[in-house]
Design a protein. Structure first.
Length: 117
C-alpha cells in the first residue's frame, strides 16, 4: 500500500520499491481497499528485501514486528502498523482492518512526500 501511495503522490520524483522478509502474493483485500481510494496496486508484485538491493537513501518499514531493512540504507523510518492480513472475523471486519492501515499509511506517505519536496 505504501508503494502505491508514494507512486501516486510523488510520481517519478523517487525510486520506489516495496519488499518484505519473504516475497508473497499481494493480498486481494489490499488491492480492493486501495482501489476504493483510486489507487491500483494490482500491477505491483511482492519482492523480498534481498531482491531490492541495498544502499537506499530512505527506508520506511510499516510492520509491527521485526522488519527487514536493506543493508547500507540511510534514513530509517518505522511506521508501526498491525498486519491487516492477520485480521479475523467477517469479510467486512477484515476489510475494516485493511482500511485502517490504508488510511494511516496514506497520511504518513503524504506527509513524507511533502517533507522531501
Amino acid at each position: 500500500m505504501a508503494e502505491g501511495f508514494l507512486r501516486e503522490v510523488a510520481g517519478d520524483r523517487f525510486e520506489v520499491e516495496s519488499a518484505g522478509t519473504v516475497a508473497a502474493e499481494l493480498h486481494p483485500l489490499a488491492v480492493l481497499v486501495m482501489r476504493e481510494v483510486g489507487v491500483d496496486i494490482s500491477g505491483q508484485r511482492s519482492k523480498s528485501v534481498d531482491e531490492v538491493g541495498e544502499g537506499w537513501d530512505i527506508v520506511v518499514t510499516v510492520c509491527d514486528a521485526q522488519c527487514p531493512i536493506p543493508p547500507r540504507s540511510g534514513m530509517r523510518l518505522r511506521w508501526n502498523f498491525a498486519d491487516p492480513a492477520l485480521a479475523r472475523g467477517t469479510e467486512e471486519e477484515r476489510l475494516a482492518a485493511f482500511r485502517i492501515v490504508r488510511d494511516g499509511i496514506r497520511k504518513r506517505v503524504r506527509s513524507l512526500a511533502l517533507r522531501l519536496g
